[in-house]
Design a protein around this ligand. Structure first.
Ligand code: ZN
Length: 188
């Protein structure tokens, strides 16, 4: 395994290192997503109609939340394929997980992989919310879309953490090892 390491290790980050901090980006993400989904509707004549909860709405919340989770992991996986990583994807009842493999990635590659689901899916759930607004079943989609955006907190935390790494760093995320950062051998 050692022969695959791309240089000198300069940092690592485990789940334990992240602690509670990994959830903190969820607060601004939640507020931003809520404003993005619901904000434009407040300009209409009947802003927040259809707020009742029934079986249909419960089913929409569950289906959209679960669907977003699956598509979220698939987007991570597709971007990883683009970077040449031998990524694997696992799905369980409570969601999915992408194992990035041992391909070293630059900070930009890793950050794009992390943020792609948030950036691609949030406009989609916003558009879906507005489109469904006249039918009165908009808010379950708005709720699921907002929950998804807030759930991107760990991805956002990691992307922010990466901005503090030196330029040229290579990142290896070999499950279940901590995330490891290397200075490439050919960079002094
Ligand atoms: Zn993610």
């Amino acid at each position: 395994m050692t022969d695959r390491l791309p240089g000198e290790e300069i940092a690592r980050l485990s789940g334990r290192d992240m602690g509670f901090g990994k959830y903190l980006p969820g607060v601004p993400l939640l507020l931003f997503a809520l404003a993005a989904h619901v904000g434009p509707l407040t300009a209409t004549d009947w802003p927040l109609t259809g707020l009742n909860l029934d079986l249909t709405r419960i089913a929409i919340i569950a289906l959209v939340t679960y669907g977003l989770m699956i598509v979220h992991e698939l987007i991570h996986w597709v971007v990883l394929q683009g970077w040449g990583a031998r990524a694997r994807i696992r799905f369980g009842f409570w969601g999915g997980q992408v194992l990035t493999g041992d391909q070293p990635m630059t900070r930009t590659q890793f950050a794009m992989m992390l943020l792609a689901p948030l950036v691609l899916l949030t406009p989609l759930t916003c558009a879906l919310t507005w489109w469904l607004y006249p039918s009165g079943i908009w808010w379950p989609v708005a709720l699921a879309g907002t929950a998804h955006a807030a759930g991107c907190c760990v991805d956002a935390y990691l992307a922010a953490w990466m901005t503090r790494l030196p330029a040229g760093s290579l990142i290896v995320n070999r499950y279940p090892e901590p995330l490891r950062v290397f200075r490439p051998a050919n960079v002094s």
